[in-house]
Design a protein around this ligand. Structure first.
Ligand SMILES: CC(O)(O)CCCCCNCCCN
Ligand SMILES: [Zn+2]
Length: 658
């Protein structure tokens, strides 16, 4: 199944007709540069082009009042003076004779996206629209928004397709208060938003944008606000929040559909956000959401005002939706102190609602409230100036080209195991380099030499990922590590699932990082590079396992930044299919998708499910939503406490930083 792209140049045909410093950044060029970049990078042609349509009255009325709709209906016939007059009743937004038409097209585009994803005509998709939507409210336009595109799409999906749970991820740098107001008492819609806040001094300066707005009545816990109280946030900060807040909660929520309020003003260079995360981060944020809801992911454009970073970020997002391998995120420094404060605040505010957070620190950092008051007082003192003091132009490197290796997935299988379609079989002889074969002294040398050849072809980027059935995974793992070209940049992340002795010598000098999830206590080797995660209920406990994936494996993997990932399924690990597939999917975040899966020969039943994920299909949703058991949560928390001195991305509170 493919990726939908919805765009129509009609939505470029409105603009600001008078002087208004607050609105001048919202221009038609935002849409044209985004679409043209997709065309230029040969991404648009790989998408399924879906036409726009106007949202109907009844669809708009799913969110907005009749009075508001009737009022907006009159704007096409207004004079310039009337339009200015009409605009005055709202904040930070402008009207134009053609904006009503475009607003119907923007909302209709989101509905078209929902239709083709829910009818499985496509797997996922992106709608390039303007005007944006997430600030508009029941009876008000606001913040460049006229109709709330994503809120309407959410109500539409529930009404037309009986979708029970919708996750809305709002990575725009402004708080989508319009979405919050719409669903704050609705437990079937989980709204997650991060936003520049600076202790309520940044637009829209709402008290209800802070972390303690968790939702109302039945909706308590289903509204998650992550305020950024400083500018300059980087990829590390964004990934920390995904790993330690959004993903654990999203998996516990188990949505049937995921919608993204995709604003790219959270990228480096944006005049509104003033953040420092490079465009590649959106490839990762998108990928981390692609194994939820069976891959049903609808991305709808919101903000983004630096035309260069906007276009690059849109391309990173669409290329990931298309399934291309991700770029590596170089030298992640770990979350800054302010981000850790926000992280701690959000986790403590939501610990009572989500079992994955029940071990979170119970209180926000002591001084957080005084900071808010102090900063607000300071703000009051300085004149309210739109022009920012620091106007230095941010520069960042062009994101690296992300081309797919000629072979997406190769397998080394015993002759009696059928090769899954789409997967290339690594032949016995023709592919194997004789030098390698000679070096292997093992009785299984034929298979092992093919495994080594597979790894060599991954290093040369001829093959993206691989799977091998071997007679002894431990031997195979050891051989792979030994045969890696001794290149100083070689770093292998090894994730061992299940019991079994991992030879200690392979955790040599930091060239490998081994994380083993098992169900039996191993002697506690206090090494930075060997991390045993002992789960009482072993790998069969889905919640405990996934807690270790989000809280430990993902952060460690991002910080370690390997160029190869070995996923090893130890004999009788007890891990269930869906969890195994989720892990396989999530590990493709690293090493440009170079994942080698090693399994015992008798586990041929898992060859199909594993290769389907290696080939880019989404992992099936984890049906169960029971809480991780307490001991397992304890294990992961204790490990995190012990390891976070060495691994910054494991931090979740600001107390720990010295
Ligand atoms: C879709 C969106 O969230 O990007 C809209 C943001 C509106 C910002 C209003 N204030 C602008 C102040 C200009 N310096
Ligand atoms: Zn924004």
């Amino acid at each position: 199944m493919g990726t939908a792209l919805i765009y129509d140049e009609e939505m470029t045909k409105y603009k600001l007709l008078w002087v208004d410093p607050a609105c001048k950044i919202e221009t038609p060029e935002r849409l044209t540069v985004s679409y043209e970049a997709l065309v230029r990078n040969a991404l648009a042609e790989r998408c399924i082009s879906v036409p726009v349509r106007e949202a109907t009255n009844s669809e708009i009325l799913l969110v907005h009042s009749e009075e508001y709709l009737e009022a907006v209906k009159k704007t096409p016939y207004m004079t310039l003076e009337d339009l200015k007059e009409f605009t005055l009743q709202y904040g930070d937004v402008y009207f134009h004779p053609n904006i009503y038409h475009c607003a119907k097209l923007a909302a209709g585009s989101a509905l078209q996206l929902v239709d083709c994803v829910m009818t499985e005509r496509v797997r996922n998709g992106m709608a390039l629209v303007r005007p944006p939507g997430h600030h508009s409210q029941h009876s008000a336009a606001n913040g460049f928004c006229v109709f709330n595109n994503v809120a309407i799409a959410t109500r539409y999906a529930k009404q037309k397709y009986g979708v029970k749970r919708v996750l809305i991820v709002d990575w725009d740098i402004h708080h989508g208060q319009g979405v919050q107001y719409c669903f704050e008492d609705d437990p079937s819609v989980l709204y997650f938003s991060w936003h520049r806040y600076e202790h309520q001094t940044f637009w829209p300066q709402l008290r209800e944008s802070d972390y303690d707005s968790v939702g109302k009545e039945k909706g308590a816990g289903f509204n998650i606000n992550v305020p950024w109280n400083q500018v300059g946030m980087e990829s590390s900060d964004y990934l920390s929040v995904f790993c330690h807040v959004l993903l654990p909660v999203a998996y516990e929520f188990c949505p049937d559909l995921v919608l993204v309020c995709a604003g790219f003003d959270s990228a480096i260079g944006d005049p509104e956000g003033k953040m420092c995360a490079t465009p590649e981060i959106f490839a990762h944020l998108t990928h981390l959401l692609m194994n939820l809801a069976g891959g049903k992911l609808c991305v709808v454009l919101e903000g983004g005002y630096n035309l260069t970073s906007l276009a690059q970020s849109v391309c990173q997002t669409v290329q990931t939706l298309l399934g291309d391998p991700l770029p590596r995120l170089a030298n992640l420094s770990g979350p800054c102190r302010s981000a850790l404060e926000s992280l701690q605040c959000v986790r403590s505010a939501h610990r009572q609602y989500w079992s994955c957070l029940k071990h979170a620190a119970s209180l926000p950092p002591a001084d957080i409230s005084t900071k808010r008051i102090k900063l607000a007082e300071e703000e009051a003192k300085t004149e309210v100036g739109e022009e920012e003091k620091s106007t230095e132009e941010k520069v960042w490197p062009e994101p690296p080209k992300r081309f797919s290796p000629p072979v997406r997935c190769a397998s080394v299988l015993p002759d009696d195991v059928t090769r899954p379609d789409g997967c290339k079989r690594l032949g016995a002889d023709q592919d194997v380099n004789p030098l390698t074969a000679s070096k292997l002294k093992d009785d299984d040398c034929d298979t092992l030499s093919r495994v080594i050849t597979l790894v060599e072809k991954m290093e040369q980027n001829e093959i993206c990922s691989g799977l091998a059935l071997v007679c002894d995974v431990t031997v195979a793992m050891t051989q792979v590590v030994q045969h890696l070209t001794p290149d100083p940049v070689n770093r292998v992340l090894i994730v061992c699932v299940g019991n079994g002795k991992v030879p200690s010598h392979i955790t040599r000098d930091g060239k490998t990082l081994v994380v083993q999830i098992n169900s039996e206590e191993t002697e506690d080797q206090n090494s930075k590079y060997y991390i045993p995660v002992f789960l009482k209920k072993g790998c069969s406990d889905t919640s405990g396992f996934m807690h270790a994936v989000f809280g430990l494996i993902l952060p460690l993997g991002y910080e370690y930044d390997p160029n190869l990932v070995l996923l090893v399924r130890m004999p009788d690990s007890g891990v269930c299919d869906a969890v195994w597939q989720q892990l396989t999917g999530l590990l493709q975040s690293f090493a440009k998708g170079h994942t080698l899966v090693l399994m015992q020969e008798n586990e041929k039943a898992f060859v199909g499910p594993t290769t389907s994920v290696l080939l880019g299909d989404p992992a099936p949703p984890l049906e169960n939503r029971q809480a991780p058991n307490t001991e397992d949560l304890n294990v992961v928390e204790r490990l995190r406490d012990r390891l976070q001195v060495n691994w910054n991305l494991l931090q979740t509170t600001s107390e720990c930083t010295g």
